[in-house]
Design a protein around this ligand. Structure first.
Ligand SMILES: [Zn+2]
Length: 147
């Protein structure tokens, strides 16, 4: 697994890589407890199936670093088969992000995006709430259980 670091930035914790990562690299593997309903931290892995952090979770446990992945509308990683894969080359000390709308049908905690990218979606609520055009624009890295 890749060396990662949790960094506190202005308002939120971020997941940062400690070294350069090449496009296509497996950054981490999703581990945790399976549940049928989403929570603030869970990642959806199938129809009505989500991976969540255990209750006794501590920030020191690297197995659950994925819970600190933030959303971006122009991310540098994506999930496939419970693995987080680098979508681009990622340089050291850079935050790793993925597009929540590519894994989540309906977010348990929708929020206003602040990624400041050109095509920012603003309201991040889950795949279900995207327009057909928005769905099409992320189709390449969208989990197959969503469509
Ligand atoms: Zn955005």
């Amino acid at each position: 697994m890749i060396d990662l670091l949790i960094q506190q930035r202005t308002e939120e914790k971020t997941l940062v890589t400690k070294k350069n990562i090449r496009k296509g690299t497996v950054i981490l593997q999703l581990e945790g407890s399976r549940t049928s309903s989403p929570t603030q931290y869970s990642v959806q892995i199938g129809q009505e199936l989500h991976i969540d952090i255990p209750k006794q979770f501590t920030q020191k446990n690297e197995d659950y670093y994925w819970a600190f992945l933030n959303h971006s509308c122009q991310p540098n990683a994506f999930f496939k088969n419970m693995q987080l894969i680098a979508l681009t080359d990622i340089s050291e000390n850079k935050e790793i992000t993925f597009n929540y709308n590519t894994t989540e049908l309906e977010m348990s905690n929708p929020f206003l995006c602040n990624c400041k990218q050109d095509h920012c979606i603003n309201n991040v609520e889950g795949y279900k709430f995207l327009t057909p055009h928005q769905k099409q624009s992320i189709i390449e890295h969208t989990a197959s259980y969503l469509y």
